[in-house]
Design a protein around this ligand. Structure first.
Ligand code: CA
Length: 343
């Protein structure tokens, strides 16, 4: 259930103008036109491309990516999907937004070049807020209520790299948790990680969960490049989900191995850099690691004679996430471990 107290301003109206009709059968492409008043364009707007494919009766899937602007497997898979599907192949409705935070995607950055915000920390949004808040509000109050299922596709961005995985949060509602795990198993990534995040407040997935929409997110690669296995897993996973829930025809293309359900049960799973430096990792993604073993060492470029500082793992498990960029600041995670779920 949505918590109405979390919506800070309820005008009933969005400031976003939509050029697509969500209720019209057929395949429609258009934009979400977000007002963006500028010195050089007082009545300026920014268009966020959106595609809707609707036909017959069936569930509505909201498929989004580009919530962060440096994560590419989702946008590529969703653009390919949108181009490749016609209404005659669909029973139900697909609402597809491959580059939700369009200014960040065009800029190739996690954060917005307009208001500096991380869109995935701005939910449930605010129609009177800055660009990212207006956008989050539109998703929360206009797109999620149309939707039965949501896949918001992420990767690690510039700063992180991941084993190809889907993700969701620990949910108190048992039925919703089971429906979420079912969705993840059908998607069929190697891992599905039930995560307790450093900070999940304000995320798209939390907004979807609170609306009762069955939602998963993902980590499909990282380091601001395009993962070939990440794109393959995403394209297969999205089509598997649409097939399983009857939106498109065809048999689910089962992965060679069933999805392993994993979790990040506590903060011992995170290894943080104790200070700035050049991080040399010791293990590849997916390695089995032991508590106390070195995740890597931190070099000081301005003190090459000083011993490199060991950063240990805080838990036994599988190395799920590594640092994307070589240089770290104090407090940056350099490794995240997952363990089998339930912990
Ligand atoms: Ca992300």
């Amino acid at each position: 259930m949505a918590d109405p107290t979390r919506v800070t301003s309820h005008t009933g109206q969005s400031r976003i103008i939509t050029t697509v009709d969500y209720d019209a059968p057929g395949k429609h492409s258009g934009v979400l036109r977000v007002p963006q008043s500028r010195n050089d364009s007082g009545w300026g707007t920014i268009g966020i491309p959106i595609g809707v494919i609707s036909s017959g009766s069936g569930p509505t899937f909201l498929l989004t990516s580009g919530t962060h602007g440096d994560e590419w497997e989702g946008p590529i898979a969703l653009m390919n999907l949108l181009r490749g599907l016609e209404p005659g192949q669909v029973q139900g409705r697909l609402i597809v937004v491959p580059a939700l935070h369009m200014p960040a995607v065009q800029n190739g950055t996690r954060l917005s070049p307009i208001d500096g915000r991380d869109l995935n920390r701005c939910f449930p949004g605010d129609p009177r807020g800055s660009f990212a808040f207006i956008l989050a509000d539109y998703v929360t109050r206009f797109l999620l209520p149309l939707s039965d299922y949501n896949l918001d596709l992420h990767s690690g961005g510039r700063s992180m790299d991941f084993v190809v995985s889907t993700t969701s949060h620990l949910l108190d509602d048992r039925a919703q948790l089971e429906a979420t795990l079912k969705l993840a198993r059908v998607f069929g990534a190697s891992y599905h990680v039930v995560i307790k995040e450093v900070d999940s407040s304000g995320t798209f997935m939390t907004a979807a969960e609170q609306m009762g929409v069955v939602a998963i997110s993902s980590e499909l690669g990282g380091i601001n490049r395009v993962s070939i296995p990440g794109v393959a897993a995403t394209e297969r996973g999205v089509r598997n989900v649409l097939k399983h829930y009857g939106v498109i025809e065809g048999a689910v293309d089962a992965a060679p191995e069933p999805t392993e359900i994993m979790t990040v049960p506590d903060y011992d799973c995170y290894a943080f850099a104790p200070r700035a430096g050049l991080f040399q990792p010791f293990d590849a993604l997916g390695a089995i690691v032991r508590r106390g073993a070195p995740a890597g060492v931190l070099h000081q470029i301005d003190g090459p004679e000083r011993p490199a500082e060991v950063i240990p793992y805080g838990r036994d498990g599988i190395l799920w996430c590594t640092r994307g960029e070589a240089q770290v600041r104090e407090g940056d995670p350099v490794a995240v471990i997952v363990t089998p779920y339930p912990a």
